[in-house]
Design a protein around this ligand. Structure first.
Ligand SMILES: NC(=O)c1ccc[n+]([C@@H]2O[C@H](COP(=O)([O-])OP(=O)(O)OC[C@H]3O[C@@H](n4cnc5c(N)ncnc54)[C@H](OP(=O)(O)O)[C@@H]3O)[C@@H](O)[C@H]2O)c1
Length: 223
């Protein structure tokens, strides 16, 4: 039986991925920050829940210690939006640091602490965004969110270069604009549609594809 870890799984895309992975026969270690949220309604012995904040190293170490055996799939999904600032004058720098901490460094800290459980053939999914693409940036706005995902992309590629030799692959995924608390009610994609695509990307992932930056449907994204 394969083992997956999904961060930020109490709602939104992380919750949807948890359900789909359970359906697919994985043992799923799903994390929540404060409340179990939608995870509380899932009745499945293969679901293991863990309280974890990506900024709290001790909570990540506790997570790592409570997972038996190896991890086949690590999904670094937890993330936050910024203040959706419309102009330079509105940028809140303390808030920006929080966004960088959670979106850029959080996934790297988790990967660092779980690395000894990843083995040849294991896959890491970094939940990035099209908003991290410099080529696609045609407006200001959302300064910290955009840059946090661009930084995540670079950190992921640097990590990919190091992990190639260990046979661990990384995919950098834009889930689409998805109807969640973050995506809002006008988003064109349902969680289910996004996740069906993401699951296909997970299945097809291999070492040769490591480091790709793609949408949920597999379309290539320019950096
Ligand atoms: N929805 C979209 O259109 C869209 C588009 C592009 C990329 N994404 C990316 O997809 C991922 C999931 O987004 P979503 O739409 O599902 O968002 P969401 O509904 O807002 O859910 C975000 C999840 O991340 C968790 N989280 C936030 N800060 C955390 C922290 N410090 N430690 C641990 N968990 C934390 C949240 O926990 P709490 O409930 O405790 O806050 C929640 O479970 C994010 O990385 C996001 O940037 C989303």
């Amino acid at each position: 039986m394969k083992t997956a870890v999904v961060t930020g799984a109490n709602r939104g895309i992380g919750l949807g991925l948890t359900k789909k992975l359970l359906e697919s026969g994985y043992v799923v270690h799903s994390t929540f920050r404060s409340s179990l949220g939608g995870l509380s309604a899932i009745e499945n012995d293969n679901l293991k829940t863990h309280k974890m904040d990506v900024r709290d190293e001790n909570s990540i170490i506790t997570l790592s210690e409570s997972i038996e055996g190896n991890i086949d799939l690590l999904i670094n999904n937890a993330g936050v939006a910024d203040g959706r600032w419309q102009s330079i004058s509105e940028i809140d720098f303390d808030h920006s640091l929080e966004v960088f901490h959670i979106n850029s460094l959080g996934p790297i800290l988790i990967t660092q602490k779980l690395l000894h459980k990843l083995k040849y053939g294991s896959k890491i999914l970094m939940m990035s965004s099209l908003m991290g693409s410099i080529s696609d940036c045609r407006s200001g706005k959302s300064y910290a969110y955009r840059a946090s995902k661009t930084a995540l992309n670079m950190l992921s590629i640097a990590m990919k270069n190091e992990l190639d030799a260990a046979g661990i692959s990384i995919m950098i995924i834009h889930p689409g604009w998805v109807e969640t608390d973050m995506g809002g009610p006008n988003a064109p994609l349902s969680v289910g549609e996004s996740i069906d695509g993401i699951m296909d990307r997970i299945v097809e992932q291999n070492l040769g594809l490591s480091g790709r930056y793609v949408e949920y449907d597999g379309s290539h994204i320019e950096w």
